[in-house]
Design a protein around this ligand. Structure first.
Ligand code: ATP
Ligand code: MG
Length: 569
């Protein structure tokens, strides 16, 4: 597996070099206008997040603007729900499309009239024709990698005849598939995209914005470059799979510029590599399948690599932008390790997140020599490296919750936590010595007993007199806040689900979600939705944005403290 760099933010890249050069020679008079052009046919994923960061990030750095344009020319698959979710996702990532008070939010469907007029222009110039071959014939006549395609018998229709047919296509006089409009380029081109590509097809479909106004719809390659030119885009950044489409992009714009529709310079398409993230899926179709077949609990399931999913999981917009900076922009497709995203989250939250104590797998610890019915306060820093953020206090009492794994009746070698006869420090509290444990009839440990040393309290002078090898965390049983905590693991067991033609669903991890009833430090009860914490020893957690109630948060684990991706599941 090839993983990309994981170092400081990229200062420059080949796209910025092109823009710098354009600025030096005045090509665009220092103007930088990019666009992010999603099709509203699904929820955006982490791959789109990279494209958003590249497009909006570059526009921002150069004092330009990035347009948000909905590329909505496939009526069957698109909807307002998707439009709204995409708008939310881009905003959440921290970007907007406003420049000097002007909103640069566009819909390709708003250009249908212009696209139609320009198609007539191409027909009149003899550069487009109505083809009446069937879809199968068109496919069969495209040729192969080694053979040129065959010209359509309809290729030499006169502009008058083409115009008449095209207008009648628009008027709804024909059935779907009866005719298409094609660009007249070169059936022998080594580039398939140049072998007379289809520009318009007949579809009697309802469009979520234009309703039933149209029964012919423009194809992506034609719509895209024309939309860029209409919006005065300077640099049209897209992923590498469009490299072969660039000659067509340039061809359409050149014809229309020759006709005076557009002025030069024309927008420049520049391709960069897609983001592929290990243990994640970045295909809208497969994500839809996960949702529709109930492998996950919806688009915003915290295990989903959708933007709504990673948000709900607890990732911050900063961490996603940081990841995008770290992986940079290259021309080489590669797989980015999930640890790059998680490392960015840790680096973002380490400095920000307040600390708290949570016991996720609780076991009772009874301090037999601590007086019953009393308690006292212990204190800990809100953040160990930021004393100015103050301290938090929480009670210590006779019965505590500790992690089940912090007691072993017969300890393995090198185990320094609780076992009969051993002393440990209860972090921010006292040193205790384990005296034994209670068990049920099946031999399961139900409570651990110990005695404490009253002069060993952390922060007091006596504390220094005790040297112990183990420190464990705890919460007072009477004062703890009982909360649902959702522990998420990787959604897939394989780093590249579905690689080599395998069924990606076979790689699903059956244990990717575990819900535990945990006990938390009382202060965690005040968490508002989307408040993030570092639960000491356990990792970073967020109060679920949907299921948390005021005063009753539910927590999701975002990531553990250390990278565990390298280890087998
Ligand atoms: P579709 O198959 O529906 O076209 P798509 O993932 O290409 O899916 P679009 O809505 O067309 O979705 O994508 C919008 C933009 O996001 C495009 O410019 C595309 O290049 C970019 N993009 C999509 N996937 C990735 C990815 N994995 N990494 C980087 N950019 C991506
Ligand atoms: Mg696409």
């Amino acid at each position: 597996m090839n993983t990309d760099r994981n170092d400081a933010p990229a200062v420059s890249n080949f796209i910025r070099n092109i823009i710098d050069e354009d600025n030096r020679n005045g090509k665009w008079s220092q103007r930088v206008e990019t666009r992010f052009p999603p099709e509203p046919n699904g929820y955006l994923h982490i791959g789109h997040a990279k494209s958003i960061c590249v497009n909006f990030g570059i526009a921002r750095d150069y004092g330009g603007v990035c347009h948000l344009r909905f590329d909505d020319t496939n009526p069957e698959k698109e909807s307002v729900e998707y439009v709204e979710s995409i708008i939310d996702a881009v905003k959440w990532l921290g970007y907007d499309w406003n420049k000097n008070g002007e909103e640069h939010l566009y819909f390709a469907s708003d250009y249908y009239d212009k696209l139609y007029d320009f198609a007539e222009t191409l027909i009149q110039r003899g550069q487009a024709y109505v083809d009446s071959q069937s879809a199968e014939e068109i496919r069969a006549n495209r040729g192969s990698a080694t053979e040129a395609g065959t010209n359509s018998p309809f290729r030499d229709r006169s502009p008058e005849e083409n115009l008449d047919l095209f207008r009648r296509m628009k008027a709804g006089e024909f059935q779907e598939g009866e005719h298409v409009l094609r660009a007249k380029i070169d059936m022998a081109s080594p580039n398939f995209n140049m072998r007379d590509p289809v520009i318009y097809r007949i579809r009697f479909a309802h469009h979520y914005r234009t309703g039933d106004t149209w029964c012919i719809y423009p194809m992506y390659d034609y719509t895209h470059c024309v939309s860029d030119a209409l919006e005065n885009i300077t640099h049209s950044l897209c992923t590498l799979e469009f490299e072969d489409h660039r000659p067509l992009y340039d061809w359409f714009l050149a014809q229309l510029a020759d006709d005076g529709v557009f002025t030069r310079p024309l927008p420049q398409q520049i391709e960069f590599s897609r983001l592929n993230l290990t243990y994640a899926i970045t295909s809208k179709r497969k994500l839809l399948q996960l949702v529709q077949e109930n492998h996950v609990d919806g688009w915003d399931d915290p295990r989903m690599p959708t933007i709504v999913g990673v948000r709900r999981r607890g990732f911050t917009p900063e961490s996603i932008r940081l990841m995008a900076d770290r992986i940079g922009v290259t021309k080489v497709d590669s797989w980015i390790d999930m640890s790059v995203l998680e490392g960015s989250l840790r680096d973002d939250l380490d400095a920000k997140a307040p600390r708290a104590i949570a016991v996720l797998d609780p076991l009772k610890l009874i301090i037999d020599n601590y007086p019953e019915g009393t308690s006292e306060n212990c204190s800990a820093p809100v953040h160990p490296h930021h004393p100015e953020r103050g301290t938090r206090t929480f009670p210590f009492s006779r019965e505590l919750w500790i992690e089940r794994e912090d007691f072993q009746e017969t300890p393995p070698k090198g185990y320094f936590r609780l076992f009969p006869g051993n002393k440990v420090r209860l972090k921010y509290g006292f040193v205790v010595e384990c005296t034994g444990a209670d068990k049920d009839e099946n031999g399961n440990v139900t409570a651990v007993h110990c005695n404490y040393f009253p002069d060993s309290k952390s922060g007091t002078e006596g504390a220094n007199g005790y040297k112990v090898k183990g420190t464990i965390h705890w919460v007072s049983a009477e004062h703890a806040y009982a909360a649902e905590v959702r522990l998420y693991d990787r959604l897939f067991k394989e780093p590249q689900p579905g690689a080599g033609g395998a069924e990606f669903l076979d790689a699903l991890n059956p244990d990717s979600k575990r819900i535990v009833n945990a006990f938390l430090e009382p202060s965690a009860r005040d968490a508002a939705a989307e408040d993030r914490f570092q639960f000491e020893r356990h990792g970073y957690f967020v109060a679920d944005r949907l299921d948390s109630q005021p005063g009753k948060p539910v927590f999701n684990r975002i990531v553990s403290l250390r990278d565990s991706w390298g280890k087998p599941a």
